[in-house]
Design a protein around this ligand. Structure first.
Ligand SMILES: Cc1cc2nc3c(=O)[nH]c(=O)nc-3n(C[C@H](O)[C@H](O)[C@H](O)COP(=O)(O)O)c2cc1C
Length: 333
């Protein structure tokens, strides 16, 4: 029987299990990826990074987006863009920065990205998509994977067709498949039957993404699609314990003390990454995830989710941890 904790190989990299942290824009930096790895994820993919930003040597892109922690290998950096030559150069820089794999974004439905010809708009331009993937592979010498969707609009299967061409013509090592249409954004039921067809037809491993909100859904997606691995996205936010639970390494939900301790770890790492002031602003989107994991009511979470600074967030978090670590009910995972 296939299990989530069994090893596999992606682009020549041995991976210890079938759990992958999905790319998450504005979120999947080195410490979020490192966190996922600490809790057992076999592979973590970065937030999407502009190939143009990388090629044109934007200092912040390099310092922040291409930062890789020594303990997070193997790591995949996701690039987006619409120009094969720019992608080739950017991929070379990503390889120099120490990435083990490159993932290409051909699924992002956001207008700002699509109107440049990148992201999901590549589903409608398979020749260009193949040239971009080839450029990334040749430029970096690394295995390249591509994350894509079923199509732009309901009823389309352009993503599945493109996946085949990417593997056959561009030598792509694997496909991350999010079987929702770009027009659905991140809502609606993912089409796992279509994903199962792709798994069957493709001569490369498929990682399934979409709708993996909890452990039950992760197992359902893994079993129903036959995919090589499952990608945790929104379901992992503020809840790295899901990786441990899916790997059978723990049964119980985290205590409030554990959640608060983890939140301190996140705040420390964010300060290290961005400096105290920027970290305070950046982390505002993170706090509600931890408040959800703690199962806090509106009143209980107020001080944390409105914390204007990291110091205020630390103080609010302290108020939530109890010496015994069990006074608050932690949300069911
Ligand atoms: C806030 C957010 C940011 C995302 N950023 C990216 C990204 O940078 N690259 C990408 O390929 N997909 C991105 N996605 C899509 C996710 O990787 C994933 O495919 C999607 O959330 C579906 O999985 P889920 O339903 O389990 O959350 C993003 C999704 C969300 C919610």
């Amino acid at each position: 029987m296939r299990t989530l904790d069994s090893p596999w190989t992606l682009g020549g990299h041995p991976l210890p299990n079938r759990l992958v942290l999905a790319p998450l824009a504005g979120i999947g930096n080195w410490f979020v990826r490192l966190q996922a790895r600490r809790y057992g994820a076999g592979l973590a993919v970065s937030e999407m990074v502009s190939s143009f930003g990388v090629k044109h040597g934007d200092a912040r892109t390099h310092r922040e987006f291409l930062r890789i922690h020594p303990d997070e290998h193997p790591v995949s950096i996701q690039l987006f863009g619409h120009d094969p030559d720019v992608m080739r150069a950017a991929a070379a820089t990503v390889a120099e920065a120490g990435a083990d794999l490159i993932d290409l974004n051909m699924g992002c439905p956001v207008r700002k990205v699509c109107k440049t010809g990148a992201g999901a708009s590549l589903l409608d331009d398979p020749d260009l998509a193949v040239a971009i993937a080839r450029g990334a592979r040749e430029g970096s010498g690394l295995p390249v994977t591509v994350k894509l969707r079923s199509g732009q609009r309901p009823g389309e299967r352009t993503g599945a067709h493109l996946a085949r061409r990417l593997v056959e013509e561009a030598g792509v090592a694997g496909i991350s498949f999010h079987p929702r249409h770009a027009s659905q954004q991140h809502k609606g039921r993912p089409d796992y039957a279509l994903a199962a067809e792709l798994v069957e037809a493709l001569d490369a491993p498929v990682m399934i993404s979409g709708g993996i909100a909890d452990e039950e859904r992760a197992l359902e997606a893994f079993e129903r699609t036959g995919a090589a691995a499952v990608m945790l996205a929104r379901g992992s936010l503020g809840n790295p314990w899901r990786f441990e639970r899916l790997l059978g390494r723990r049964a119980e939900t985290p205590t409030p003390g554990e959640v608060v301790e983890e939140l301190h770890w996140v705040i420390d790492r964010a300060e290290e990454h961005l400096g105290v002031e920027r970290a305070g602003r950046y982390l505002r989107k993170f706090y509600p995830w931890y408040a959800d994991t703690l199962g806090l009511s509106k009143g209980q979470r107020e001080a944390l989710v409105t914390a204007p600074t990291t110091a205020a967030a630390r103080a609010a978090a302290e108020g939530l941890a109890t010496p015994s670590g069990d006074a608050l009910a932690v949300a069911t995972l």
